[in-house]
Every structure is written in structure tokens, then in C-alpha cells.
Design a binder for this molecule. Structure first.
Ligand code: DAH
Length: 343
């Protein structure tokens, strides 16, 4: 045997292979695909057998851990394959067809990762007493801008690149218009969250897409203060991310809130120490919030001398990208089963 070091697949490659094996196993739908799986993965020239054969050539220091991983991977799939319910058919053959045996599994649908995150956010706020409200995707200029204190020709309108359908109808650029619709329908105390899809005329890239999803929140009552905003969002973050999550509140600007803030949560991956996801800062920017502007309360026919409130907006894609470590927002919209099956 030569002394030259042989190429050992690093741990990350074994992880990737194991994921591939799982995907291939899950894709088995009939006897032909089962046989294809057996040949490609478990057969004499199959990937897992190949890895087993590599063990003896691995440098001594790495042999033990490499061997253990490879053996485990191989045994797992050999066992999974041998004990799959549809194997019964193979042994008995078509002639001995037994209708009582379990069939090939049908591929099952599952929730889209964005809907999973939306549901988690919704369930936490519902458990805190918030109700859920919805508004239309096609909005009027009034609800999307005017009533939210974006006057006509005000430069703040440029914060959101808008798809105009007509001069006065737009694809909503945020879920904040549902705040106004909710105020029109309900009297305080109002405690609502408003999930939905929003649209922006932005250049498509790994980080931004022409549509995405938000969850808006609104709480209006007598004596609602900034402390309530902070307490509510801290309670939410601790349930959603981690029991000890910390928040960082930074001043910001939105026309519909005064004061306005942006809230960062302590990075849930590195616990604030700094990693590639939080760009070494220890913090992740996750939502905008603030105290509802008196003009916005007026648009909703609520007397700002009597009532105050807070509002917030959470971007679902942003949280999903962070939570699942996904690098490109476009994956969420391509409906590629290889991506979706992982959730
Ligand atoms: N509508 C804002 C946006 O899309 C997000 C937002 C910020 C919503 C602050 C709020 C808020 O309710 O108070 O950028």
C-alpha cells in the first residue's frame, strides 16, 4: 500500500451522503425503484459498500471514527431496506399476493416551511390572547399608505418598492394595512395578529424576492405603554427562539409608529458569541415595531387621548432562513420537492 494519504470524505460529506440516502429511500414507490435503491446504495458497487471498502485505506488516526460512521450508515439503510413493509411482496411474489399486506407507502404532503413558521408564530400569540385577522392582497393606496401616515409624495413611500395595478390600487407592500381594517371593524381593546403575503418590486436575489410573508401585530387599549411592547415581544421571542433569549431595541423610523424601533434577538445559534449567521455580531435583526402613531389611530377612528397601542411586523422568510440555515430565499418559492421533503 502506498503512503500517499487517501481522500477521506470529511464528516460534512458523510452528512450530505446520509441525507441523499434518506431522500433516495423516501423516493421508493414501487418494486423497480426499490431495486434501483438497493443497487445504487447497498449493492456490491453501491455507494455505502464503497465507503465500507475505503475504511482500511484511511489513515490510522481517522480510521476509528470514520469506520464507525460508515458502518452505522450502512447498517441503518440495510436494516431500513430489509424491514420496509413492502418487502413482504418481494418474498412472496405476485402469485402469493396477499391483499392484507401493507402496500407501498404513498408519498405524503407536508406543510411548507414558511407555513410551519407562520403557524408557530400564530400559536404563540394566540396563546397570549391575540386573535387572527386577514386582509386583501390587493389594497388601495389609502390602506397601504395614506391611512398609515404615508402622505402622498412623501419620501417614506420609497421605503417600499410598490407594484401598482392602477393609479390607486397596489399589491400590498406590507401587512400593516390590516391594522386599519381591524380598527375599522373592532373597538379597543384590540389584540390581533395579521399574517399574510406581501409584494415588493425588488430585484430578485438570494436575499430578496418579489413576494414574501409577514405577521403584523396590533395591541390597542387604555394605558398601553412601550413596556407592554417590550414585554410582549420578549415573551414571544423566549417561546419562539430560546428560554433565555435577549432582545436589543434600536431606534428606527416607520411613518405609522412613534417612537419606532427595530428589534434584534440574540443569535439563537451561537447564543450571542458571534457566528457566520449573525455575521459575528451576536444579534439577528428580526422585526420592526413601535407605538401606534396618533394619526394612524385617527384613521381607525380611535381617540388617541383615550387609547394607545403598539404594533409590530415580523418577516417570516427572514426567520425561516435563519432558523433552518437556508442560503437562498428563492428556494421557498420554487416548489422543488428535494427542498421541501427536508421539512
Ligand atoms: N410594515 C413594516 C415593513 O414592512 C414592518 C413594521 C414595522 C410593521 C413597524 C409594524 C411596525 O407594525 O410597528 O417594513
Amino acid at each position: 500500500m502506498s503512503d500517499s494519504p487517501i481522500a477521506v470524505p470529511p464528516a460534512a460529506q458523510l452528512d450530505a451522503l446520509s441525507q441523499k440516502a434518506e431522500q433516495a429511500f423516501c423516493a421508493i414507490t414501487d418494486a423497480t425503484s426499490a431495486e434501483q435503491f438497493r443497487i445504487a446504495w447497498l449493492g456490491k458497487k453501491g455507494t455505502l459498500r464503497g465507503l465500507l471498502k475505503m475504511i482500511r485505506d484511511v489513515p490510522e488516526e481517522q480510521r476509528r471514527s470514520f469506520g464507525a460512521r460508515v458502518n452505522e450508515l450502512h447498517d441503518t439503510y440495510e436494516e431500513k431496506f430489509a424491514s420496509a413493509p413492502w418487502q413482504e411482496h418481494e418474498h412472496t411474489g405476485a402469485a402469493a399476493f396477499d391483499p392484507a399486506l401493507p402496500g407501498f407507502p404513498f408519498p405524503q404532503g407536508s406543510l411548507h416551511p414558511l407555513m410551519k413558521i407562520r403557524n408557530e408564530i400564530r400559536d404563540i400569540f394566540v396563546s397570549m390572547g391575540f386573535s387572527v385577522a386577514y386582509g386583501p392582497d390587493i389594497e388601495t393606496d389609502y390602506y397601504n399608505f395614506e391611512a398609515l401616515n404615508f402622505p402622498e409624495f412623501h419620501p417614506a413611500r420609497d421605503m417600499q418598492d410598490t407594484f401598482f395595478l392602477t393609479a390607486t390600487r397596489v399589491l400590498r407592500t406590507h401587512t400593516s394595512p390590516v391594522q386599519i381594517r381591524t380598527m375599522e371593524l373592532e373597538r379597543p381593546p384590540i389584540r390581533s395578529i395579521m399574517p399574510g403575503r406581501v409584494y415588493r418590486n425588488e430585484e430578485i436575489s438570494a436575499r430578496s424576492y418579489c413576494l414574501f410573508h409577514q405577521v403584523e401585530g396590533l395591541y390597542i387599549d387604555r394605558n398601553v405603554s412601550f413596556a407592554d411592547l417590550k414585554g410582549t415581544l420578549l415573551a414571544f421571542s423566549r417561546r419562539f427562539f430560546d428560554d433565555n433569549t435577549k432582545l436589543k431595541i434600536r431606534p428606527s423610523f416607520f411613518p405609522f409608529t412613534e417612537p419606532s424601533v427595530e428589534i434584534d434577538v440574540e443569535c439563537f445559534l451561537c447564543k450571542g458569541k458571534g457566528c457566520s449567521i449573525c455575521k459575528q455580531s451576536g444579534w439577528l435583526e428580526v422585526l420592526g415595531a413601535g407605538m401606534v402613531h396618533p394619526r394612524v389611530l385617527a384613521s381607525g377612528n380611535i381617540d388617541s387621548n383615550e387609547f394607545t397601542g403598539f404594533a409590530f411586523g415580523i418577516g417570516i422568510e427572514r426567520i425561516a432562513l435563519l432558523k433552518y440555515g437556508i442560503e437562498d430565499i428563492r428556494f421557498f418559492f420554487e416548489n422543488d420537492l428535494r427542498f421541501l421533503r427536508q421539512f
